[in-house]
Structures are given as structure tokens and as C-alpha cells.
Ligand binder design. Structure first.
Ligand SMILES: Nc1ncnc2c1ncn2[C@@H]1O[C@H](COP(=O)(O)OP(=O)(O)OP(=O)(O)O)[C@@H](O)[C@H]1O
Ligand SMILES: O=P(O)(O)OC[C@H]1O[C@H](OP(=O)(O)OP(=O)(O)O)[C@H](O)[C@@H]1O
Length: 229
């Protein structure tokens, strides 16, 4: 029927948008993406290029390079249908429209509480516990589960400076080697969650566009092969 054929053609020609973070997951993500057939145009690797949207070797797909937190926002709102982001970001937002079906086993780190080396543990019943973090929701949840009300000071980076400058007694931030904490006179006191990068998709797009499901299958097979290797 012509109406039905028209709808199918629309979907086949509509561009898929794949969102990836511009930060440190990117280097590990690109080889995995290539195995799934997602390869950006050469301009993507040109450091001087200010474009945020890139063609790929697939005519029906473009790549957008955005901040890690914004990957989740673009995909949850359907502005991008698929993306890659850390589980820290997924848990912080907890978007209902976002589905994270594949653990890509890259971007490993952990989210932890840290405080000044040598400082006493803050008193549990302290009336004023201030925590500097990029993750206010996860931080509140973590302290609430311990019966502590934490006042979060939202920072977007360089959290490690907050305790020594009196902005907060503790921080909640990502830790990998522990070098950043050490070089800023802090110690990890309490791990909150292990983090790795996930493939994320918009739930509605997964239901309505078969290409999204095919990509999920491709990434899932790659993750399984990597696990078996
Ligand atoms: N030290 C680390 N080791 C491993 N993975 C990390 C580390 N730090 C961050 N990540 C992972 O990489 C993701 C992106 O981090 P990064 O801060 O580099 O991204 P970004 O896009 O530059 O974000 P922003 O611009 O907001 O800083 C994090 O959400 C986390 O999942
Ligand atoms: O334990 P480490 O191996 O030292 O890694 C931890 C650091 O890595 C991340 O920052 P990033 O370098 O991504 O910069 P950012 O502070 O701008 O987010 C994180 O926020 C820590 O600062």
C-alpha cells in the first residue's frame, strides 16, 4: 500500500544520530565502534575542526561529539537515537527513556568519596556535611543510605581543589589510578560504584527503528567476543 511504503522509505532515509563523549572514553570507544561499522569521516580526527557533527562511512548515520553528560540528554530526548556513555552518567540522570543494553567493558573507573589525607572521618551526625561533586544525585543517594544528609556543591571539574580551599569537607569524583587524588593531598575513603562505558539507546527509537536494534546486536556480539577472548 502506498502509504505504508512511504513510511518505510522515510525511516530508511532518516539519518541516525550517534552521540559520543569528547572526553577520555573516545579513544577506547572508536575501535569498538569501527567493529560495529560506525566509522567517522577523516575530519573527525582533525584537532582544529570545530564542527560538532560528522558524517560516517554509513550514509544514514552521523556522529555528534558532545560532553559526557550531554550524551545521555541527547539520547534520552530522542535527539540522538544511540550513543556511548559512562555508567556514572547513566546512574546520575536515571532517565526513564534511556536504555543501556550493552556494557562495552571500556572506560573503567570508580566513583568514590575522598577527603583530605590525615583528616578524621567527618562525624556521622555532623549538622553540616558539604560535598563537592559533579554527581549530586548519586552523592545524595549514597549519603542518605547511610542516614546522612549531604549538602552538595555542584562543580564541573577539579573537585580535588574543594577540600583544601574550604569549599567542602569531602568530594565525590571518579578515580582510576588514584593519581589525581594523591597529587592533590586526598585519600579515597568510600567507593560508591564501579563504572564502565555502556551503549545507550532511546527506548522509543529501539521500538520503531530496526536499525537501532541491529546496532545493539552488533555491539552486543562485539562485547561478547571481547569477554570470551
Ligand atoms: N580517570 C578515568 N578513568 C577512566 N574513565 C574515566 C575517567 N574519568 C572519567 N572517565 C569516564 O569517562 C567519562 C567522560 O569523562 P570526561 O570528563 O573525560 O568527559 P568529557 O566529555 O570531557 O566531560 P566534561 O566535558 O563534562 O568534563 C566519564 O563519565 C567516565 O565514565
Ligand atoms: O585516578 P586518576 O587516574 O587520576 O583519574 C581521576 C581523574 O580523572 C577524571 O578527570 P579528567 O582527567 O577526565 O578531567 P576532568 O576533571 O576535567 O573531568 C576524574 O574527574 C579525576 O579527576
Amino acid at each position: 500500500m502506498p502509504k505504508c511504503r512511504g513510511a518505510m522509505t522515510d525511516q530508511a532515509t532518516q539519518q541516525l544520530t550517534f552521540a559520543i563523549p569528547k572526553g577520555r572514553i573516545l579513544d577506547e570507544a572508536l575501535p569498538v565502534m569501527a567493529r560495529a561499522g560506525v566509522v567517522p569521516e577523516d575530519a573527525f580526527h582533525d584537532k582544529g575542526n570545530r564542527s560538532l557533527s560528522f558524517a560516517t562511512t554509513r550514509e544514514d548515520m552521523r556522529l555528534i561529539r558532545v560532553r559526557a553528560f550531554d550524551v545521555a540528554t541527547f539520547v534520552a530526548h530522542g535527539a540522538a537515537q544511540i550513543g556511548i556513555v559512562g555508567s556514572d552518567v547513566i546512574e546520575e540522570f536515571d532517565y526513564a527513556d534511556l536504555y543501556a543494553p550493552v556494557d562495552l567493558d571500556i572506560g573503567h573507573c570508580r566513583l568514590s568519596v575522598a577527603r583530605v589525607a590525615g583528616a578524621d572521618a567527618p562525624h556521622v551526625h555532623s549538622s553540616h556535611m558539604r560535598v563537592a561533586t559533579k554527581y549530586p544525585n548519586l552523592t545524595r543517594r549514597h549519603f542518605e543510605a547511610r542516614g546522612i544528609q549531604a549538602e552538595c556543591v555542584k562543580l564541573n571539574g577539579a573537585m580535588e581543589l574543594a577540600p583544601s580551599l574550604g569549599l567542602a569537607s569531602q568530594i565525590v569524583d571518579l578515580v582510576s589510578t588514584g593519581r589525581t587524588l594523591k597529587e592533590n593531598g586526598l585519600v579515597e575513603s568510600d567507593p560508591i560504584m564501579d563504572v564502565s562505558a555502556r551503549l545507550i539507546v532511546n527506548r522509543a527509537a529501539l521500538k520503531t527503528d530496526p536499525r537501532v536494534g541491529e546496532l545493539v546486536d552488533a555491539f552486543r556480539s562485539i562485547a561478547q567476543e571481547r569477554e570470551a577472548a
